[in-house]
Design a protein around this ligand. Structure first.
Ligand SMILES: [Zn+2]
Length: 455
């Protein structure tokens, strides 16, 4: 078998791994795991335009771990360049991926206009891709070719997210996708690996340990209390899928049980609003800490005081709503979207607060602010960063060093022969690799771009 890496080896985005394995008749089959987009950069001169490093026409099937663009974003490009196989993903992932890819296409078109560059793919390629999609359930055994078996397992990262196991040529390989955090209030726990010969593992937070869940809810509560006391604005840049729904659920619980306030809360992201609809639809895939009684104006993700501002006009109305108020808007890394308008308006006032609840990739405005920049450029405008900046790591949708180590240590005691670390900044991968070598006494590899390994 041959395993090669065609993305997320130089950073956290662009996941794309190719496995060539023989079926029972000795025919070599090519299976691709994720086909993500590089994020945090403009379309012009984008790495996304580089060749894949393999011929898309040779790929038999694509398996997608979860809907995030860094795992799905180059799929329509793969289709445009001739891929005609099936695209397997879990049922909830189908609807969410569609939202993500339509949004990515929209941003790409805007970006390309600005610099006169061509787009990565057309809308028609996106539609064609979805004609090739097949929704599957967790633990459903898929045998795309005799002797090659694939299965999706719950990764606890977002609704419908999976890590994928492949059995071929007498070996088991696991692709982690993104592994979720512990004790996420609305998701089941990540399933444990039972046994694997090889693991391709993400390492976004392989170098650090998150604070606990109690602290997370306390800090959210504190941020809301400060906002009420200061009659100010709390901005929360949120990722449309998962973080937003977790946040809505937690605010919902706080307002119901602990904070007596009529503060107005705006969910100012069309994509997050649509994704929340899918969360409601696939409620059976979720797990809630505390049941919330569904009433006339309350369900898991809605509550009195919450406004979903779907169209531009209602979004603009937020400006006229007097403080205190909370604005939840995308994009999560502050690299575009409606949050940018709110940052321009509110970031300069020291009374206001910006609460960062997710990973900020290099090159994004979010990373600059997180690292303490005093000024940032937004739409050619210089914006002073005077607002209070706080971050809660426990809201991260990614497991930390302890969680990943526990996940990768198989239940049956057999340590993987080799672990490949992808999807992390270089220092994170180095720290995590050293930690794993020490803990598991096994071979840990940090692959380079297009590197091929014989398994
Ligand atoms: Zn993800």
């Amino acid at each position: 078998m041959k395993l090669s890496f065609h993305g997320s080896v130089r950073g956290v985005t662009g996941s794309c791994h190719l496995l060539k394995a023989k079926d029972v008749d000795g025919h070599e089959r090519q299976l691709l795991f994720d086909c993500g987009m590089y994020q945090g950069e403009q379309m012009c001169g984008s790495k996304n335009k580089e060749e894949f490093g393999f011929d898309p026409m040779d790929i038999n099937h694509l398996f997608i771990t979860h809907p995030h663009a860094d795992h799905t974003g180059r799929t329509p490009k793969l289709v445009k360049e001739g891929f005609r196989g099936k695209i397997y993903m879990t049922e909830p992932c189908v609807g969410l991926s569609k939202l993500v890819l339509e949004d990515a296409h929209h941003i790409m078109v805007e970006d390309s206009k600005k610099c006169g560059s061509s787009v990565l793919y057309e809308l028609v390629d996106l539609m064609t891709a979805f004609d090739q999609v097949e929704g599957v359930g967790y633990h459903e055994e898929i045998e795309p070719f005799p002797g090659i078996k694939v299965m999706f397992h719950d990764a606890g990262h977002v609704l419908g997210s999976a890590f994928i196991s492949v059995k071929a040529e007498g070996k088991t390989i696991i692709f982690s996708g993104d592994i979720g955090n512990d004790n996420v209030p609305i998701l089941p726990d990540t399933e444990q690996i039972h046994s694997a010969d090889y693991v391709v593992c993400e390492s976004t937070y392989g170098h650090r340990v998150h604070e606990g869940k109690v602290e997370r809810s306390e800090r959210l509560k504190l941020a809301i209390e400060e906002t009420i006391k200061n009659k100010s604005v709390l901005m929360i840049p949120a990722f449309s899928i998962e973080r937003t729904q977790e946040l809505l659920y937690e605010i919902n619980l706080l307002l119901k049980n602990e904070l007596k306030t009529n503060i107005q809360i705006y969910l100012d992201s069309p994509m997050a609003i649509k994704a929340t609809e899918l969360y409601r639809e696939y409620k059976n895939y979720l797990r809630f800490d505390a049941p919330i009684l569904e009433e006339k104006d309350r369900d898991f993700f809605s509550f009195p005081g919450l406004h979903e501002t779907l169209d531009v006009q209602s979004s603009k109305q937020i400006n006229y709503s007097p403080p205190p108020k909370i604005i939840i808007a995308g994009s999560g890394m502050m690299s575009g979207g409606r949050i940018m308008h709110h940052l321009i308006r509110y970031l300069g006032d020291p009374k206001n607060q910006l609460l960062i609840i997710g990973y900020q990739a290099r090159g994004t405005t979010g990373r600059k602010i997180y690292e303490g920049a005093k000024k940032v450029k937004i739409f050619r405008e210089e914006v002073h960063v005077n607002a209070k900046i706080t971050a809660i790591g426990a809201f991260s949708a990614h497991g930390d060093m302890d969680k990943l180590t526990r996940w990768i240590s198989p239940k049956d005691g057999k340590t993987p022969e080799k672990i490949f670390l992808v999807h992390g900044d270089p220092e994170s991968k180095e720290v995590f690799a050293t930690h794993l070598r020490h803990k598991l006494r096994t071979d840990v590899v940090i692959p380079g771009h297009h590197d091929v390994f014989e398994l």
